[in-house]
Design a protein around this ligand. Sequence first.
Ligand code: AR6
Length: 175
Amino acid sequence: MEKLIGQTRLVLTQGDITQADTEAIVNAANSRLVGGGGVDGAIHRAGGPEIMAECRKIGSCPTGEAVITTAGRLKAKKVIHTVGPIYRGRPEDPRLLASAYSNSMDLAAKHGLRTVAFPSLSTGAYGYPLDAAAKVALQALKQGIEKNSDKFDEVRFVLFGKDAFEAYAEALGRI
Ligand code: AR6
C-alpha cells in the first residue's frame, strides 16, 4: 500500500526491517543506546558489532531525538537510532513520538539518504497503542516529507505482523 506525497512515495510493507534495501533504516533504540530486544536486538544481531561500537562513542540519545551510525553488515548505508517515548498516556507522548519520527527524517535528509525504512516506534516494549501510534507516525512522516521536499524518493514502514499493517493502513487512508 502506498501514497504519493509530492515526489516521495510513502509505502507500507510487512516484514523484517533488517532485510530492508533502503539507504537508511531506523532503529527503535533506548536512550542509553545499549541495545535490547525487538527491532534494536535484530538490527545489532544482523548488522554486527560495528554498530554498537559507534553507539558507545555517541553515548546516549534523549527521547524524541535521533543519532546516526554505520549500518555494519546490513544492506543499508546507515542506521538512524531514535528513541520513542515509553507510553504512559500523558499529553507529551504523541509529541515525543512525532519528534522521534521527524528528527529521524531530518537526519536522513541531512545525510543525503533518499530512501528510509521505519519500524513502528514505541509499539513493542514501550507499550504505545498501535492505532494511536499509527496516526501520530503517519502524520509526522507526511510533515517530514513536506518539510524536506525533494530530499526523499521513498519513506517506508516495515511492519511486523498483520495487526500493525492494518493499523497503519487505516491511518494512511486518513492523512
Ligand atoms: N522488523 C520490523 N519490526 C519489528 C521487528 C523487526 N525485525 N522486531 C520487532 N518489530 P520494539 P519499542 C516491531 O519493542 O516499543 C528495545 O529493547 C514490534 O512488533 O522493537 O520502541 C530497545 O532497546 C513493534 O511493533 O521497540 C528499547 O529499550 C515495533 O517493532 C525498547 O525495546 C517496536 O517494538 C524500545 O521499544
